[in-house]
Design a protein around this ligand. Sequence first.
Ligand SMILES: [Zn+2]
Ligand SMILES: [Zn+2]
Length: 158
Amino acid sequence: MPVFINGYIMEVKTKICTKCCLEKDVCFFSFFKKKNRHDSRCRTCRNIAGRAYRLLPGRKEKNKESWKRYWFRTQNRVVDLLGGECLWCKESNPIFLTIDHINNDGQLHRLKGANRVYLDIIADNNRKEKYRILCYSCNCARQRVSDQEIMNAIKGRK
Ligand SMILES: [Zn+2]
Ligand SMILES: [Zn+2]
């Protein structure tokens, strides 16, 4: 419907929400880029529906589960990208592996959230210069002795 704004005729796009049946400006509807269309429900209705959905019985546990699955998937992906095994002792069981920040800036990085760390690594093309896979035991040993001493110890074991 055309309206006058400061004397100009402006075409204002509106949409009728399928839920509350109110006609609102399109900016009240989220735009889905992939589908190239606006949401059929207005933001208010979508938020209310989202909140109700999260409060459904059992939803909290299911969310926790799917988060856990997502977490392991991401972790495995990062481990694969970085070589899939401990750089020093070649341990490859993912439950023993950690991501080591070569420049020792891990503490600062982890402040952004552990998930952020994973996503940063996945997005980073120079990841192998900054991160490496170590198992817990090699990583802990690293706090005590030099890298060279650890490698010597591993060689001696074999
Ligand atoms: Zn609505
Ligand atoms: Zn190791």
